[in-house]
Design a protein. Structure first.
Length: 359
């Protein structure tokens, strides 16, 4: 979803092409790569101009007629106008989802918001009687929601159990007190693999918003029930803790006024510690210090001890005069960016943790 010019898919296609098809199918790797794109890669964007650009970029990358759909990923009402989208995309079951959704703007339409769990916030309803205080859970739908939060849930729904996701989100979703319910919802649905803090210059000059990349893996069907029970028990405990706090205050107030105290108030027991998650697991938490861009958004290149820009050589595939693929080495300026180093560190860490998809 929110595919833009298909940067994620293009790099995914080129990675599979160079690491698998060119090794296993040296005679017809280009046909194999094209067929892979037609069958396994999908992109969605609601902007018709972006959709055309995305389709063209995938064609240039060697995908042919890619599965690029012009559709609003957040509005389920629109999906019915394209039966193929309903069958191949909306049904979900994706192994990997990557997206950098838009942050700006809010969604206000109730018809859209009612389809999302994250549009509803848990709240505690308090009811006071002469003898005690009752507290129960309730869910209230918000009048507005930011797009990035809805995209997060949409991607989680489209993932198959055990599927993996990478999504760029505003930093506030990870540390703001008011976003705790978002973090709980993520833990409810998936294992958090990594949160990579991006440099503030990463997306300049377009935006200076501080962002992070969230990597997660959706719980398998045998894992999900335990985390659902923990999620519900956490909110139940908060309701019990609030009821206990209010009842203690009510009891003390009645005692100070020497008024009769009900049996329920006189025999109060604290709710105990909050429920622990089903199991603990480590999370990879790096922070990028070098984004490859300066404060104005221009490319920042790595410089050597002599102050000269460092050059690097890269092998690329191009067509020769006869239209055949040939490898050519090209020299280019090396960006002053540490994301490749972070990726290598994550792979090493993930293998130590036994993450099977990194083997």
């Amino acid at each position: 979803p929110a595919c833009g010019p298909c940067g994620f898919l293009i790099h995914a296609l080129l990675h599979v092409r160079d690491t698998y098809f060119r090794v296993e199918f040296p005679r017809n790797w280009d046909i194999q790569s094209q067929n892979y794109g037609k069958v396994h890669l999908y992109a969605v964007d609601f902007d018709p101009r972006v959709e055309r650009v995305a389709r063209f970029m995938m064609w240039v990358a060697g995908d042919g007629s890619a599965n690029v759909f012009r559709m609003n990923s957040l509005d389920e009402r629109e999906w019915k106008r394209d039966p193929r989208f309903l069958q191949e995309v909306a049904a979900g079951g994706f192994d990997v989802i990557m997206t950098n959704p838009p942050f700006a703007g809010t969604i206000r339409q109730p018809q859209i918001l009612t389809k999302y769990d994250l549009a509803y916030k848990e709240r505690l309803v308090r009811r006071r009687t002469q003898e005690t205080v009752k507290v129960h859970r309730d869910r209230k739908r918000q009048n507005t929601m930011t797009r990035d939060v809805l995209f997060l849930e949409r991607c989680l729904k489209w993932l198959k159990p055990g599927g993996r996701m990478a999504i760029v989100l505003p930093q506030g979703n990870f540390n703001n007190v008011g976003a705790e319910y978002i973090r709980r919802e993520i833990m409810r649905r998936a294992r958090i693999l990594a949160v990579v803090g991006l440099h503030v210059n990463s997306f300049k000059p377009h935006t200076g918003t501080k962002t992070s990349v969230l990597f997660l893996q959706k719980w398998r069907e045998d894992e999900a029930p335990a985390w659902e029970d923990w999620y519900q028990a956490t909110y139940d405990h908060e309701a019990k803790a609030e009821a206990y706090r209010l009842r203690v205050a009510m009891r003390d107030k009645l005692a100070a006024k020497k008024k009769p105290i009900s049996t329920e108030l006189s025999d109060l027991r604290p709710p105990g510690a909050p429920p622990a998650p089903p199991w603990d697991y480590p999370i990879f938490f790096p922070t990028s210090k070098r984004s490859g861009r300066d404060n104005s958004g221009k490319y920042a290149h790595l410089k050597g001890e002599n102050g000269q820009v460092v050059m690097e050589r890269k092998t690329v595939l191009v067509h020769d005069e006869e239209g055949d693929w040939v490898e050519v080495e090209r020299e280019r300026k090396k960006l002053d960016c540490d994301l490749d180093e972070i990726a290598e560190a994550f792979i090493a860490w993930g293998r130590e943790q036994g993450l099977g998809f990194l083997n």
